[in-house]
Design a protein around this ligand. Structure first.
Ligand SMILES: NC(=O)C1=CN([C@@H]2O[C@H](COP(=O)(O)OP(=O)(O)OC[C@H]3O[C@@H](n4cnc5c(N)ncnc54)[C@H](OP(=O)(O)O)[C@@H]3O)[C@@H](O)[C@H]2O)C=CC1
Ligand SMILES: O=C(CO)COP(=O)(O)O
Length: 320
């Protein structure tokens, strides 16, 4: 099995480390300096410090060389996916591409699979998503993910290629459900972090997670997702992880909002742009997304945590 991971951030590096347990893996970094430094130090000191890169993992900035392999994982942030595909469209046309990002594109309202198909109509596409911190995967801790692929044959072959000793992949053909579960849970994680940062309590977080899940389902089902997918690893599973752990960057952004503290803008926080994308699309579709709307209000500075919570509590009473 020959796999390349394109994008040497925290997640790309972690996946490459795990996959190297199966055989040779190439990890592509866009900067030559970064590729050289990683190749020499055998560590991604910037994004995944403390994890040794195994022998079977080669780091390069040579895109042509990296794309010789059969399976290509794309580990760049959601809002950068389109420009990455455009920059490398010649090499990626007609290939099997597995997106590893979570989110909805701000300009178009599309998820990762739809963006890949939009830019490269001949590509065969899949999505790897679900509850997993890069650090856990890289340290070989047990992890289960969802591999979403509309084509059963390609899905089975990717599931086989990308499963490792500690990384167990489940398969689905519901690409819409997998895309939306992974995108929306990040918005809910910002909300939950805010509640915890503001000291509003564990009970409030449990309420937000549950009503957030209802909101995720409402939106995803209206977009054509299957309810079982939302209840699986890519939806409920990732919601649980991200809303309860301060290893999550989305949750940590929320903590900062709750505490009125500054947050480093260079950190990848997918839920921020996705919140705006979801609210815009929900308005077009006349879907009620009160928690997502509050998250955009918090991000804008238009709402304080207390005002957001007061807004949610003052909504008309209804059946669960
Ligand atoms: N970290 C995690 O625990 C997990 C992350 N994910 C998902 O993985 C995706 C990536 O996140 P993560 O790796 O953590 O983010 P990081 O911020 O750690 O890394 C992002 C990487 O993308 C690269 N990049 C950005 N723009 C481009 C571009 N236009 N062309 C090529 N490369 C580019 C960056 O390169 P440079 O350094 O040169 O800027 C960097 O290597 C996100 O969607 C995230 O939700 C999913 C599960 C777990
Ligand atoms: O997606 C993740 C866990 O499944 C990682 O979460 P963050 O992007 O919030 O760090």
């Amino acid at each position: 099995m020959n796999v390349s991971v394109l994008g040497a951030g925290a997640f790309g590096t972690a996946l490459a480390v795990s996959l190297a347990g199966n055989g040779p893996v190439t990890l592509w970094a866009r900067s030559r300096d970064q590729a050289d430094a990683m190749q020499q130090a055998r560590e991604n000191t910037g994004r995944l410090p403390g994890v040794s890169l195994p022998e079977a993992l080669k780091v390069t900035d040579d895109f042509q060389m990296a794309t010789q392999n059969r399976t290509l994982l794309l580990a760049v942030p959601m809002q950068k996916l389109r420009s990455f595909l455009n920059d490398h469209s010649d090499a990626l046309q007609g290939r099997a591409l597995v997106a590893c990002c979570k989110g909805i594109e701000l300009q178009t309202g599309l998820g990762p699979i739809a963006v890949m198909s939009d830019v490269l109509p001949d590509a065969r596409t899949a999505l790897l998503t679900g509850p997993s911190f890069a650090d856990d995967i890289a340290r070989g801790l047990p992890t289960a993910l969802t591999l979403a692929c509309a084509g059963t044959g390609l899905g089975e072959s990717l599931q086989h290629d990308l499963t490792t000793a500690n990384l167990r992949l489940y398969r689905t053909t519901d690409t819409i459900g997998a895309e939306l579960g992974g995108a929306l849970k990040n918005v809910m994680a910002i909300a939950c972090g805010t509640v915890m940062g503001a000291g509003l309590g564990d009970s409030a977080r449990a309420a937000l997670m549950t009503r957030g899940y209802a909101e995720m389902q409402r939106f995803a089902l209206a977009c054509g997702a299957q309810p079982e997918t939302l209840a699986g690893l890519s939806g409920f599973g990732d919601l649980t992880l991200t809303c309860t752990s301060d290893l999550s960057r989305n949750y940590r952004l929320g903590l900062s909002l709750g505490r009125s503290e500054a947050f480093d803008p260079s950190v990848t926080v997918e839920g921020a742009a996705t919140a705006y994308a979801v609210v815009a699309r929900a308005e077009e579709m006349a879907i009620d997304m009160p928690i997502s709307r509050c998250v955009t209000g918090l991000l804008d500075g238009a709402l304080t945590p207390d005002a957001a919570m007061a807004q949610l509590l003052a909504r008309p009473l209804k059946e669960e």
